[in-house]
Design a protein around this ligand. Structure first.
Ligand code: ZN
Ligand code: ZN
Length: 104
């Protein structure tokens, strides 16, 4: 199940589960759309992969017998922060950004 992380790992802005600004890589590293566009240029600082919009988990358990939705699978409480320095991230991004994600 996808972990719904509560914040951007770079600028630390809140990314609530209904946010349309949350972006994730295939490892669920989570950033805001602004950081992905203006700083990361679609390069994950950790794995080097691209980002996609994070799907919004429904609030309602539409099929109660399956026990899905936010009430059954709430957001993660753990705020995460990239362990890399900004200089390190910039160098990493510069090396990778021109390669399309499907060729990385
Ligand atoms: Zn951000
Ligand atoms: Zn990643």
């Amino acid at each position: 199940m996808l972990q719904l992380r509560p914040n951007c790992e770079l600028c630390d802005c809140d990314l609530p589960p209904d946010s349309d600004a949350a972006r994730i890589c295939s490892y669920e590293c989570t950033y805001c759309a602004s950081c992905v566009e203006t700083v990361l240029h679609n390069v994950c600082p950790t794995c080097g992969g691209g980002f996609v919009p994070r799907p919004i988990r429904p609030q309602t358990a539409w099929r109660p017998e399956l026990k899905l939705g936010l009430q059954n699978h709430p957001v993660s409480e753990t705020r995460r922060h990239s362990k890399f320095t900004r200089d390190d991230i910039d160098a990493h991004v510069a090396k990778i950004r021109e390669i399309p994600p499907e060729q990385r």
